[in-house]
Design a protein around this ligand. Structure first.
Ligand SMILES: Nc1nc2c(ncn2[C@@H]2O[C@H](COP(=O)(O)OP(=O)(O)OP(=O)(O)O)[C@@H](O)[C@H]2O)c(=O)[nH]1
Ligand SMILES: [Mg+2]
Length: 226
């Protein structure tokens, strides 16, 4: 198995306290690393000037656009969405890649299966994550235990075929629904969510939570496939 065939897409906005530590941790991994930076963010780019990574300044704002632009710029066979805040444990990457290759499937890191967990969940996010995952899996018959973690690895050409459109955090629900609609294989892998290393979270539980819920309902009626 060759890490050279993997690109980590690292979306980052105001992560000057976390991203250098994240890069230190993954420095020795022989995969490509593409940082997709919010265009207004000057501090993060300064904080990583000594690291040799590909940096893309996103053209359109929002987390979703960062993922879309990162996917479009990737030319390795596999890619993985990898947060810049330290919450994703890189020790999972090797096994995730192995499974992606053997099963030809997308891998979803999951906090809520045996072997996974979280240091970062509050009671609110724990309950919210459970409810959203339940609603989504019931509505779309998806067999996933954690839809909002977004530690997702898969084949780059299959990501490109999803034709992702959401500019913000709603892309977290668009990805698995479209994987299901396209009949692509997917599976879960236990992962432990660590606390962010520094800086502030960008997700607002109420605003983004409501948007995600509305997106789920909208998709139930319009479904991307119809
Ligand atoms: N390029 C880019 N990255 C973003 C944007 N919004 C969020 N991110 C990054 O996306 C990742 C996920 O955002 P977080 O703020 O960690 O969201 P979260 O995991 O719900 O929040 P925490 O619980 O604090 O970790 C982080 O690496 C952010 O820096 C954006 O608009 N543009
Ligand atoms: Mg985070």
């Amino acid at each position: 198995m060759d890490f050279k065939e993997l690109t980590l897409i690292i979306p980052a906005k105001d992560e000057e306290y976390s991203l250098p530590k994240v890069l230190n941790e993954i420095l020795r991994l022989n995969c490509k690393k593409t940082i997709v930076l919010d265009a207004s963010d000057k501090k993060t780019i300064h904080s990583i000037k000594n690291y040799n990574c590909k940096i893309i300044k996103q053209k359109k704002p929002g987390y979703g656009n960062a993922i879309i632009e990162g996917v479009n710029a990737t030319n390795t066979k596999y890619l993985c969405i990898f947060n810049a805040d330290g919450s994703f444990d890189p020790k999972n990457l090797k096994t995730m890649l192995k499974i992606a290759i053997i099963k030809k499937s997308y891998i979803f890191g999951s906090r809520y299966i045996s072997g996974g967990g979280s240091n970062d969940d509050s009671l609110l996010t724990f309950i919210g994550n459970k409810i959203f995952t339940f609603i989504k899996c019931a509505l779309f018959r998806l067999n996933l235990s954690d839809i909002l973690f977004t530690y997702i690895m898969g084949e780059t050409n299959k990501f490109k075929k999803l034709n992702l459109r959401n500019s913000d955090f709603r892309i977290c629900v668009e990805i698995p629904i479209k994987i299901k609609v396209n009949n692509f294989q997917y599976t879960s892998f236990p992962s432990f969510e660590r606390k962010r290393l520094g800086g502030l979270k960008k997700v607002n539980e109420f605003i983004d939570g409501s948007l995600i819920l509305l997106e789920l309902i909208k998709n139930f009626f319009t479904a991307y496939e119809k």
